[in-house]
Design a protein around this ligand. Structure first.
Ligand SMILES: *[C@@H]1O[C@H](CO)[C@@H](O)[C@H](O)[C@H]1NC(C)=O
Ligand SMILES: *[C@@H]1O[C@H](CO)[C@@H](O)[C@H](O)[C@H]1NC(C)=O
Ligand SMILES: *[C@@H]1O[C@H](CO)[C@@H](O)[C@H](O)[C@H]1NC(C)=O
Ligand SMILES: *[C@@H]1O[C@H](CO)[C@@H](O)[C@H](O)[C@H]1NC(C)=O
Ligand SMILES: *[C@@H]1O[C@H](CO)[C@@H](O)[C@H](O)[C@H]1NC(C)=O
Ligand SMILES: *[C@@H]1O[C@H](CO)[C@@H](O)[C@H](O)[C@H]1NC(C)=O
Length: 485
């Protein structure tokens, strides 16, 4: 554990006192030890504290409305934030953000309880709605408490997390559009939205992944969601948004693997595909394939998932060597190649790595056979991301003290800070706890449909730590950064 005294207990008051004593230590770069579950948890807590301060800060002009970040962040990004915080609770057992998370999900589910709040009509697209639906799905799978334990005001009329996810999903199946490209979802929902005439991998991938999650949750008695997942996969590959660029053609990772491309114009019947690649969009297909693989245990899904995982290599470039760590292996640190090297990432694009990093933790749980492919990169990326968490001044409050940057490879000298950057670091680090936590739950008794039970009833592998990571076959050695600031 690298922060003696920082987070030595769960009592808020004492914790703040503890911090005050070690403030100097805490304002240096975070030195994450990936072989130490306590170090991972402490780092995760620190990063989460700063992340939530963007939401609770007086600078958030929307602070009185549960679930909204400051205006510079589109609505989906708050959905991604709360999804990350539910997973944070699941991996660490720290309940301190549960109430704000629950209120946000409830409020933003809107009048129709399907994540179509009227206030967002001007900008909401299928992928935006899906981010919130995925947060609700994470809540269902982890048995995120439906009510505040301290304040037992159960309202049985509240829909379950699963109900919210399903209701959002149902609005999306109704938008499946055969009039162009022989199927698929448009990016935007409304004709006035820029992007209505675009069918992209963000919307279709998020839909595919949601279908796959609902399919696994529903189990063998309900094939409806699985059929939609199959249809979304089939359509995405047919129009060329998802392409197996595996030269060997055997799906075994001998070639480039499967790539996920940005989208195609509906006006041109998806005749030509925009081949930009983004971490988050690839992540949706990885996630969906992982759920389908886990649900079916079928070699077809295993091969697809394996090939998608191989395709992720383009996000881990060869030239990631950190000048401060010349012995660090290359090809290990997550980047956003379509904009990061050029310094052109938008606020949205700065959130994408968070999405993929979140996905990788769940994928590891659902597809343990990928451990040797995923874990070394996850560990190296977590260390590199934690190393960017250097911003903060000694006199500042704890919450401001640990801002993390966007560029995890060699320092850009042009660092930015914000929700996407912070969420990326959070997910990079907390996903290392995935193997020590219960995998996603499925439907049945105690599945959060109004029972208010926290915790989970899915007992496999829940030893509350990251410590069964130790037997990773090809784990990189802990990287100890000496980078002081
Ligand atoms: C919509 O906007 C109104 C006015 O600002 C606000 O009171 C309400 O909480 C908002 N609803 C949602 C779901 O954000
Ligand atoms: C769209 O086309 C598929 C076949 O490609 C068909 O199964 C489906 O029913 C169609 N959906 C609608 C809404 O027409
Ligand atoms: C596959 O990888 C090779 C070697 O890195 C590269 O030259 C080629 O462009 C890649 N193929 C595609 C379709 O990107
Ligand atoms: C890797 O290095 C090459 C050559 O300097 C550069 O063009 C490319 O943008 C770099 N990629 C990343 C992700 O930094
Ligand atoms: C920082 O980013 C800006 C664009 O946002 C670019 O013009 C400038 O060259 C970058 N500086 C460095 C040191 O990369
Ligand atoms: C499915 O996921 C669970 C974790 O939820 C895991 O224990 C199990 O091994 C996975 N099944 C397969 C076939 O990998």
């Amino acid at each position: 554990m690298k922060f003696p005294g920082c987070y030595n207990n769960n009592n808020n008051k004492q914790r703040v006192l503890g911090l005050a004593l070690v403030l100097t230590t805490c304002t240096q770069a975070i030195d994450l030890d990936v072989n130490d579950a306590a170090s991972i948890k402490a780092t995760t807590r620190t990063i989460a504290q700063t992340l939530t301060s963007y939401y609770t800060s007086p600078d958030n002009e929307n602070r009185d409305i549960p679930g909204l970040l400051p205006d510079k962040y589109y609505w989906y990004e708050a959905g991604a934030l709360f999804n990350s915080l539910i997973t944070y609770w699941h991996y660490t057992s720290d309940t301190q953000y549960n109430t704000l998370t629950r209120l946000a999900l409830r409020h933003q589910s809107g009048d129709k309880e399907n994540f179509m709040p009227l206030n967002q009509t001007n900008t909401i697209a299928n992928d935006d709605q899906a981010y919130w639906a995925h947060a609700a799905m994470t809540a269902a799978e982890t048995r995120f408490p439906t009510h505040d334990d301290d304040n037992n005001n159960d309202d049985d009329s509240d829909p379950s997390w699963l109900d919210l996810a399903r209701a959002a999903f149902d609005t999306q199946t109704a938008r499946w559009d055969n009039t162009t490209c022989d199927g698929g979802l448009r990016w935007q929902i409304y004709t006035f939205g820029a992007g209505y005439n675009y069918k992209n991998s963000a919307s279709n991938g998020a839909f595919f992944a949601l279908a796959a999650r609902l399919a696994r949750y529903a189990g063998a008695n309900d094939e409806t969601y699985a059929r939609w997942a199959d249809a979304a996969w089939e359509w995405s590959t047919r129009v060329g948004l998802v392409v197996e660029e595996d030269e060997e053609g055997d799906g075994n990772g001998n070639g480039n693997g499967t790539y996920v491309y940005d989208g195609a114009s509906a006006v041109e019947d998806c005749g030509s595909v925009n081949r930009l690649q983004w971490t988050a969009y690839a992540g949706w297909y990885v996630l969906g394939a992982a759920y389908m693989y886990n649900r079916t245990n079928h070699p077809t899904w295993r091969t697809r998932l394996q090939s998608l995982t191989t395709g992720l290599s383009i996000f881990y470039p060869d030239n990631d060597t950190n000048p401060n760590e010349p012995n660090e292996p290359t090809n290990q640190i997550l980047t956003e190649p379509a904009c990061e090297p050029q310094n052109t990432c938008t606020t949205d694009q700065k959130s994408y790595k968070a999405s993929l990093a979140h996905t990788l933790g769940t994928t590891l749980q659902l597809a343990p056979f990928l451990e040797s492919a995923l874990l070394p990169r996850m560990r190296a990326s977590a260390v590199a991301a934690a190393r960017t968490c250097v911003r903060g001044e000694e006199e500042e409050e704890e919450e401001e003290a640990r801002e993390c940057g966007f560029v995890w490879t060699a320092s850009s000298g042009n660092e930015t800070y914000g929700v996407g950057e912070q969420m990326g670091a959070l997910n990079a680090v907390q996903s290392l706890l995935a193997l020590g936590s219960a995998g996603p739950g499925v439907g049945g008794e105690g599945d959060g449909e109004g029972d208010g039970e926290g915790g989970d009833n899915n007992n496999d592998n829940n030893n509350d730590g990251g410590d069964n990571n130790n037997d990773a076959p090809s784990c990189i050695h802990p990287i100890i950064s000496a980078m002081g600031i």
